[in-house]
Write a new protein. Structure first.
Length: 127
């Protein structure tokens, strides 16, 4: 994944634009794309910020966190259930979520979902 361009470069492009260069001229001078210079300048005018916005990454999920107690209760009652089974149980109770959403929820709460002793042993054995 690409990283954001440096703050120094952003500051130089904004300074050149403030000094009278057009956004496209400043972009060409510093070797960045014209659309980048345009976006940086518009954001600087609107917010006064030059720093890059945070990349996507993990964002909090308020919709699923609102049902945290219900999800944890289902996990306590049926610890051996697969995530898709937990999703179906929650759907019956009116909570809509996805398997990947549940997986991220359990990861955020540091809950591991390991197979228990009732799981059949591996046929391939240890390597």
């Amino acid at each position: 994944m690409l990283s954001a361009l440096s703050m120094d470069l952003r500051e130089r492009v904004i300074a050149a634009i403030k000094a009278g260069a057009s956004r496209r001229q400043a972009a060409k001078r510093f070797g960045v794309g014209p659309s980048s210079a345009i976006r940086w300048h518009e954001r600087f005018q609107a917010e006064g910020a030059i720093a890059p916005r945070p990349s996507c990454g993990q964002r909090p999920a308020p919709a699923i966190e609102a049902h945290a107690e219900r999800i944890l209760q289902v996990d306590r009652e049926q610890p051996q259930a697969f995530l898709h089974e937990v999703r179906d149980i929650l759907a019956e109770q009116g909570v809509r979520t996805s398997v990947s959403g549940l997986w991220r929820f359990f990861a955020r709460h540091r809950i591991t979902r390991k197979k228990g002793l009732s799981t059949r042993p591996s046929r391939s054995g240890r390597t």
